[in-house]
Design a binder for this molecule. Structure first.
Ligand SMILES: [Zn+2]
Length: 149
């Protein structure tokens, strides 16, 4: 029996709650950013992935996703109970809080079979890799935000 599987994550849709860096107000609804949806920066030139106004103090904040700095979670990571940096964000005016597992994820078995459109909102994904003849499973995903300088 094949005991474990490699799973590889990639996601371009990220959901979280935001805390205002000015007054500390926490957004009621989760905020969603996507790599494919950009908006112009409120001040200056360039684009960002989210411009949001704090409902309490009215200040604007932006969240920009920076590509090329993240990597998928590997089998070795999960064996060692380590996390992988999936995406880097430049946050101005807001601090991201609870990450919400929404959107579609991808996993790859150790045999290389790809599984797409995985929904992790239910905390668990289980499939069977016919080619590799082993179960593919993702369970109890967790996420944290770490500050990089
Ligand atoms: Zn505020």
């Amino acid at each position: 029996m094949c005991t474990t599987t490699l799973y590889q994550y990639s996601s371009t849709e990220i959901s979280f709650q935001l805390k205002c860096g000015h007054c500390g107000e926490i957004t009621q609804k989760e905020t969603y950013v996507s790599l494919v949806e950009t908006v112009p920066l409120p001040i200056g030139k360039g684009h960002t992935h989210l411009v949001q106004k704090c409902k309490f103090c009215g200040r604007d904040g932006t969240i920009t996703m920076i590509t090329g700095r993240g990597r998928p979670l590997t089998h070795a990571d999960s064996e060692a109970a380590k996390s992988a940096p999936l995406m880097l964000f430049e946050c101005r005016g807001f601090e991201p809080l609870d990450y919400v597992f929404r959107g579609e994820w991808e996993a790859k078995s150790l045999e290389g079979t790809k599984f797409e459109g995985i929904d992790l909102s239910g905390d668990e994904f289980a499939e069977y890799d016919e080619k590799g003849e082993c179960p593919v499973m993702v369970s109890k995903p967790s996420a944290t935000f770490n500050v990089v300088r």
